[in-house]
Design a binder for this molecule. Sequence first.
Ligand code: HEC
Length: 107
Amino acid sequence: MTRFRAALLLLPSGLIALLAVPSASRAADAANGGVLAKRWCAGCHVVSADQNSGNTQVAPFSAIAKKPGFDAAQLALFLLTPHPKMPDMGLSRSEAADLAAYIAAQK
Ligand code: HEC
């Protein structure tokens, strides 16, 4: 019974992941960026207003979006290059663009 419940709980996020499979060329998708952020970035960054724990040393996404000179295209490029302190997540171009769009939406 417990197992069955866990499977039910997993179902919605699995569905979202299926629906969000990136295609080769398309506009940046902030909703997909949100899914990626919760999966890959939320361990360190506060990625959304409803997240109440994160690493206090790391800028929340809302603060990154509000930085002067913030630019989603530059951010997408930044995410594609390996940088110290952050693991190389091997993001695809469209994933980086989606994440940048998601962060930009928090301005
Ligand atoms: C293991 C922890 C960790 C993970 C996971 C992580 N980050 Fe970071 N991130 C950091 C740290 C630490 C910094 C600050 C780097 C510095 O100050 O040099 C940072 C900095 C950044 C910055 C630059 C912030 C600024 O002030 O300009 C961006 C943008 C960013 N992260 C986005 C992301 C995204 C998007 C993801 C998920 C795909 C992610 N991070 C996952 C730890 C992490």
